[in-house]
Write a protein that binds this ligand. Sequence first.
Ligand code: SF4
Length: 188
Amino acid sequence: MENYLSISTLNDFVFCPYSIYLHNVYMAADEELFHAAPQTQGKASHRAIDAQTYSTKQDIIVGLPVFSNEFGIAGKIDIYKSEEKSLIERKHQLNKIYKGQIYQLWAQYFCMTEMGYWIEKLSFYSISANKTYPVNIPSEDDKKEFAGFILNLRNFDPETEIPINENKCRHCVYCNLCDKTEVENVYS
Ligand code: SF4
């Protein structure tokens, strides 16, 4: 599994490619050093899932480790309801669904289907709004787009010039550790 990409980094890469480099550099460091408030809250809402305490119902699988040989990715799902054939990703708050979040859900879908699970429904669930947001099952074109995205991520060179968006930097969990900007993280 050494060369497998973590599904959790896909959204970061869409947000800013350089954050992947920082993620890898500081991965071994204490998470509290760089996990800002929203991410910490998000992680807390996932803790019940990681501890497999979300439900004892037989048809609900939580926190399942998944991987895809085809894409070279690995991670964990949130919730799979086998009776409904439904894969759900919970978010503490969901004001908008970003492309990176869609890629993460697709990644879980591709992993699970490759592992032999049957999925007919994909969705996000906002905990704060108690609302479900359905997502289309990826088409063949979506799959090609995803493969191209994974290739870009895998081949990313941290020396590449990237456009700096200071507003993004202010909301970036790696801001205080990043050598590309001098702005302050809004969470500090
Ligand atoms: S602080 Fe800015 S440049 Fe650095 S990783 Fe975050 S978004 Fe990218």
